[in-house]
Write a protein that binds this ligand. Sequence first.
Ligand SMILES: [Zn+2]
Length: 309
Amino acid sequence: MLRARKTPNGVAARAILRSGNGHKYWSDFSQEKQDEIEKIAEEIHQLIFEPKLRNPIKTLDVPIVGNLSTSEKLEVILEFVNIVNGIEVDDQLGDDATGDKTVELLKSCRRVAQRINSNHPSSLGLHPIVYFYTNTGKPKIGSFYGVVTFILHLEKTKSFSKLSKFRKDFEWIIWQDDMVPQIVSKSSAVKARDKVKDFYLKIIDKLFQRIDKKNVIKEIVAEKYFGSLKSKTKDNTSEIQSKEFSRETKAAAYIREALPGSPRCKICGGYLPCRVNSIDHKKRKADGGLGTLDNAQLTHPYCNTTFKN
Ligand SMILES: [Zn+2]
């Protein structure tokens, strides 16, 4: 893959892969452009791949995209660059002579990565465990492509507030019984991204129709819109004969204990990621609210800056 070395998406993907270091595929550009590319690429790399994932999981502070080999990582990054920028064929844009296009593509990638999980005011602060891992701590790359597509859709339709309104129940549902691995298993993770986005929208739709959160998945399964899906059957631990705990069981035990104790956003009720939060004035400054501990509450950056108002 990625034969074209001078295409803006190819250069952007390689810059993100190396966090702006290593062989400089962008060395023909002006110094100013080179610096800009390296800076943005490093930011994107941090937002998506850090902190490094340890196995078995012993912290909820995990990256959006878990451990991958270098070639897998490059593939994921290139897909990310292409999805965010609506590029359908790798060399569709031709070569980038000045670096302008590469910077433009990187900036949109940074915008989406910041939206997912950062301390930027636009950040939804999606908890990586809830959105991008199974309850045994396995990374779900299909959910990454799906969430990116979902975010682009909410951006286009200006409907982030719809998610915030139902976020607490939305997260309860995707964590209890996530259909994404099944939806993705029928094609490639990248190709399934629109279906995953539709699955998320469907959940919000059901919640909007006042369907009880416990029945949302049942209804979606019954509608067969996503083909035949199976609702979660109990973990078949009775089949395990070994006396040792597997990595998955260790991770699952940790997550089961740790996640319910995670702080939640006081505005939408969704989980707060480990390093992302915003301190909100319960009583607004404009209404005379003071900077006292009593008047402080933890929220997602987006909920504080935009949703509340
Ligand atoms: Zn919130």
